[in-house]
Design a protein. Structure first.
Length: 75
């Protein structure tokens, strides 16, 4: 494309095309920040549940059998 042909393109279109990579990169950064925040929240919730359950469920040692209240053996 020659320079003369470029001058026929409306400047608004040219400006939007020139600004697109910057806007696209900024949106991608925002999306990454939002997803990272959501994943961190899910991880924190999962760890909270693990801590809660670990505090309330006794740990069984390997090979040890426990007899539940109904008399059946559980492993």
């Amino acid at each position: 494309m020659m320079f003369l042909e470029l001058s026929l393109i409306p400047w608004r279109v040219f400006g939007a095309a020139a600004a697109w990579p910057v806007a696209s990169q900024q949106q991608a950064r925002r999306n990454a920040l939002v997803s990272t925040t959501a994943l961190a929240e899910q991880r924190r919730e999962r760890l909270d549940v693990e801590d809660y359950l670990a505090a309330r469920i006794p740990v069984q040692r390997a090979g040890q059998r426990d007899v539940s209240q109904n008399g059946r053996h559980t492993v």
